[in-house]
Design a protein around this ligand. Structure first.
Ligand code: C2E
Ligand code: MG
Ligand code: MG
Length: 700
């Protein structure tokens, strides 16, 4: 440690040296410990040897002159304060030495003890304060370099004045290079979402004179181009008078935590199976797209897509395969869509596609067809070649809904119609679909209570032997007498009952009612004919259907040969293999089987041969065209022949006129049924008919 009172006097002139020495050595006060040398060379030597606190230097020495004298001493002891001794006529050199680092100068012409000691004491104090400040600065530097955050400061004109070590690493600029450069060069930031340059936070802090937080998506571009997500705060720097002199910014790398936040929000907005946007994100985007379309008066389109019979795949091959199929479907849908479209999964086998900008409705149709075609190609999953189709409903803004919810609902309704139209197609939403859907919904509600409220009855319609005119059988037809709406025909409510599954309990009621009725007729000795009950596909495939039939036959004690089931061709042709085994099981009970509405479902002869059926019932359509169209007539006579060859009974339904009856007779059709012979009627009337026989004979 240097002794502040140890003074080195370098003075060539003996007289002046003595005077100074006397002035400094004051026996009354704590005086200086002065070491006097006359030559510069000696002075420099002493500086190396002793711990000097202060140098008093005459620039005019025997071995050195002028400013050079100062330079040499300063170079030898840059940390020791130097006070230069000068004369009035050489004050300019003294001034020059001040610029180069001298603490002060004294004019020999005005020197006295008081001024000399006062000046020297002042220098010593100043040096002491400077040392403290220097130490504090050192300390601050060390602190700033060891904290984990980057620190960067700039002056009021926007140039970098300081950057710490973390700041150097994060910006890629060393302190030497950065200091003095404009901030924007060293601290390049952009908005992570828009990729536009972010507003300079330092300038903002200076302008607003307060602490400013950075934009939460701020990204720092390092000198080498690497991007870092950062978080920061910036504060203005004020001097002791409160004037803003610059600003300091503290920032840290938050790439990892920002990546985590992004991942979390991705999970909340995407479907985990397919990684497509989920219902939440779709609704969000749809709402945004609607407000944009509203402003620009443009159209937008929503496609609601539902896979056909996806449940079968899940049920038969398991959920793991089902999931893979959904992933494959998702990929194909995305491949069909444009980048700006949103393909989302709503859950289950439902997908919604949002087309935010669409020129013409026809473009939506093109995309819907493209998707249907893309999905139809086989999906190879775990060695299985799976086939799946889809039904699509399309709704448009603004016509079919003003908000996200109603647009989705309209598209869903249209999708439902696509299903009705035989699936694997697309339908645009139409206004009347909504009213029909609403009517259907209310009907479904009423249907659910119809059984327990005893609103169903059976009507019976006879079948007649076309040669003899005798009744060969009775068909039971369901009637719903809805108290508020009057009679509702089966074509309106049976499909709804099928879809809701209500057809199973209703069908069981029909079967029990028909069997009970026939049993009663047989017991009172009426004509021994069979009763035919219509069966829908849902009932035919229901789990406990066969046991149900067996139980009802036992309960009503009806011989099975008096019971006949009518199944439509389309029911049988759907899953032929399953149909064959089910029909065989039914047949084994001893009941009779008829194909209803024959000629509408394109059955092939080879299938017909495999089904254990007793009768073909020709669809009304052919019968109604018999006389008008010779081509239809030809087909009918061919079908009659075919039925006969298969040793099946052929029954014509919907016979309304004598001409039709004649044609059927001539072409050898066995039986007929229709308004010409008798309308369907209530049980009591039918009983009368069974007793008396049909009034209209087969020979008039
Ligand atoms: P379906 O089994 O083909 O029944 C024949 C339909 O034609 C009956 O209509 C009958 O009233 C009507 N019909 C009879 N003769 C003529 C005629 O000469 N001309 C015309 N134009 N129509 C005639 P309905 O009773 O309205 O039944 C319609 C369909 O509803 C039935 O067609 C059947 O598929 C279904 N259905 C009726 N009852 C039941 C039932 O209990 N269960 C099930 N699953 N379906 C039933
Ligand atoms: Mg029928
Ligand atoms: Mg029919």
């Amino acid at each position: 440690m240097m002794n502040r009172n140890k003074l080195l006097l370098i003075e060539g002139d003996s007289t002046e040296g003595k005077l100074i020495l006397e002035a400094l050595v004051d026996p009354r006060a704590s005086s200086f410990d002065v070491d006097w040398v006359r030559l510069l060379s000696d002075g420099l030597k002493r500086l190396g040897e002793r711990k000097t606190g202060l140098v008093l230097l005459d620039l005019c020495l025997p071995d050195s002159e002028g400013i050079a004298t100062f330079e040499k001493v300063f170079a030898a002891a840059p940390h020791i304060p130097i006070v230069v001794l000068s004369r009035l006529n050489d004050e300019s050199t003294a001034n020059e030495s001040l610029k180069r680092g001298a603490y002060d100068y004294l004019l020999k012409d005005h020197l006295d003890r008081y001024t000399l000691t006062r000046a020297l004491r002042h220098v010593i104090e100043r040096k002491g304060v400077e040392d403290v400040l220097f130490n504090e600065k050192e300390h601050a530097q060390v602190t700033l370099n060891s904290i984990g955050d980057a620190v960067l400061s700039m002056d009021i004109s926007g140039n970098v004045t300081y950057i710490n070590r973390v700041g150097e690493t994060m910006t890629g600029w060393s302190r030497q290079e950065a200091v003095g450069r404009p901030l924007a060069e060293v601290f390049q930031i952009i908005d992570g979402t828009t990729r536009k340059p972010a507003r300079n936070p330092l300038e903002e802090a200076i302008l607003e004179n307060q602490v400013i937080g950075l934009n939460p998506t701020c990204v720092l571009i390092r000198r080498d181009g690497l991007e870092l997500a950062i978080e920061d705060s910036t504060a203005p720097v004020r001097d002791r008078f409160g004037q803003v002199t610059g600003a300091v910014i503290v920032f840290r790398d938050v790439s990892a935590s920002r990546a985590m936040t992004i991942k979390m929000s991705h999970l909340a907005q995407h479907d985990s199976l397919t990684d497509l946007p989920n219902r939440v994100l779709l609704t969000d985007r749809l709402t945004q797209a609607i407000s944009l379309a509203r402003r620009t008066s443009e159209q937008l389109v929503v496609l609601f897509l539902d896979l056909d019979h996806f449940k079968n795949i899940n049920d038969s091959l398991g959920h793991a395969i089902g999931d893979k199929l959904l992933q494959s479907v998702a990929q194909r849908l995305v491949a069909c869509a444009r980048h700006s479209d949103t393909v989302s999964r709503q859950g289950g086998d439902e997908f919604v596609v949002l087309l935010p900008q669409i020129g013409r409705a026809a473009d939506a149709a093109v995309l819907a067809q493209k998707m249907i075609t893309a999905l139809a190609a086989p999906h190879t999953i775990a060695g299985n070649e799976l086939r799946i189709n889809a039904s699509i409903g399309i709704s448009r803004y603004p016509n079919d809904g003003q908000d996200a919810e109603s647009l989705l609902k309209s598209a869903d309704t249209a999708m439902y119609y696509a299903k009705k139209k035989g699936r694997n197609n697309f339908q645009f939403f139409k206004a009347d679909m909504a009213t029909r859907a609403a009517a259907r919904q209310s009907l479904e509600g009423l249907l659910g209570r119809a059984l327990e409220r005893h609103e169903f009855v059976l009507h019976y319609q006879p079948k007649v032997d076309l040669q003899t005119g005798e009744i060969t059988g009775i068909e039971a037809l369901l009637r719903w007498l809805q108290p508020d709406r009057g009679p509702i025909p089966p074509l309106q409510f049976v499909p709804i009952a099928e879809e809701s599954g209500l057809i199973v309990p209703i069908g069981r009621w029909v079967l029990r009612e028909a069997c009970t009725q026939l049993r009663a007729w047989l017991e009172v000795g009426l004509r021994r004919v069979s009763v035919a009950v219509n069966l829908s596909g849902v009932e035919f495939r229901a789990k406990h259907f066969l046991e149900g039939v067996r139980t009802i036959l036992e309960e009503t004690r009806l011989e099975p040969r008096f019971l006949e089931f009518e199944l439509t061709e389309s029911v049988l042709m759907n899953h032929v293999e399953g149909s064959v085994s089910r029909l065989q099981a039914l047949k084994a009970l001893g009941v009779q089987l008829t194909v209803d509405d024959f000629g509408t479902g394109y059955s092939s002869l080879s299938y017909l041969r495999r089904f254990p059926i007793d009768a073909l019932k020709l669809d009304q359509f052919f019968i109604h065209h018999i006389t008008a169209d010779p081509k239809e007539a030809a087909i009918i006579s061919a079908v009659i022949d075919m039925g006969k060859k298969l040793k099946q009974r052929v029954i014509a339904e919907g016979v309304e006129t004598r001409e039709q009856r004649n044609f059927l007779q001539v072409h050898g059709c066995g039986e007929g049924q229709g308004y010409y012979f008798s309308h369907p009627m209530a049980a009591e009337e039918c009983a009368k008919l069974l007793r008396t026989g049909i009034a209209k004979t087969v020979s008039d």
